[in-house]
Write a protein that binds this ligand. Structure first.
Ligand code: AMP
Length: 217
């Protein structure tokens, strides 16, 4: 079995990023987050970053063509085939899923599983309201459920609140998800594993890890 290629699908605040970070650190799988790549481009004021900035701030999706260019560059890295990859927050539209499928086919890589992080809007509001992200190492914390400590946050960089983590933006992003991303649930039905993302993060982690191990057997 070759290294696993997986998609993490779910609304903002469903725990995709937190789980992807932990799995990537513990299992040495590449974590590709289009949100992280876009925020980095925005902070570095690259052409892509400038083009994406207003979409990110509004909670709208960045145009498919920009995202597909961005992901193409990352997917062609030979490490993807060697270590496997978690696509976190991509694809988010049917057009992106079709673009991904062509890219993977051209690279002779096959998609193994799509994990759907299932959670209510109310819970995501609670989670995202307390979310803090390190500007340096990009680790994700929560002021109540997962506070940064010397052990969990060795770099001790500045913790920031994302511009799109206000309640109004969270609600708006949820509707964007329902309209543009939720159709992917049917699109990926044959590879879908639905997770109860309201469960404790450690439990969700063990479920995903078990699925990955089963793939590698
Ligand atoms: P995230 O960190 O995944 O919540 O993404 C934050 C923001 O980045 C989104 O609200 C979008 O503006 C943009 N973004 C991230 N990934 C994508 C994608 N696959 N397609 C379009 N926009 C994206």
């Amino acid at each position: 079995m070759s290294a696993p290629i997986m998609i993490f699908l779910g609304t903002a605040g469903s725990g995709k990023g937190t789980q992807a970070q932990k799995l990537s650190e513990n299992l040495d799988i590449i974590h590709l987050s289009t949100g992280d790549l876009l925020r980095e481009a925005r902070d570095n004021k690259t052409e892509l970053g400038k083009a994406a900035e207003s979409y990110i701030a509004a909670g709208d999706l960045v145009p498919d063509a920009l995202i597909l260019d961005l992901i193409k560059e990352s997917l062609t890295d030979p490490k993807i085939r060697e270590k496997g990859c978690i696509l976190d927050g991509f694809p988010r539209t049917i057009a992106q899923a079709e673009g991904l499928s062509s890219l993977l086919e051209a690279l002779s890589i096959s998609l193994d599983k799509v994990f759907l992080f299932d959670i209510s809007l109310e819970e995501t509001i609670e989670r995202l309201g307390g979310r803090r992200i390190c500007a340096t190492c990009h680790r994700i914390f929560h002021i109540k459920h997962n506070p940064a400590t010397a052990e969990s946050h060795p770099c001790d960089g500045n913790l920031k609140i994302r511009v799109d983590d206000t309640e109004e933006k969270i609600r708006y992003r949820y509707t964007v998800y329902q309209e543009q991303t939720a159709p992917l649930i049917d699109y990926y039905r044959s590879k879908l594993v639905t997770l109860d993302a309201s469960e404790a993060p450690d439990k969700v982690y063990e479920t995903i890890k078990g699925q990955i191990m089963a793939l590698e057997e």
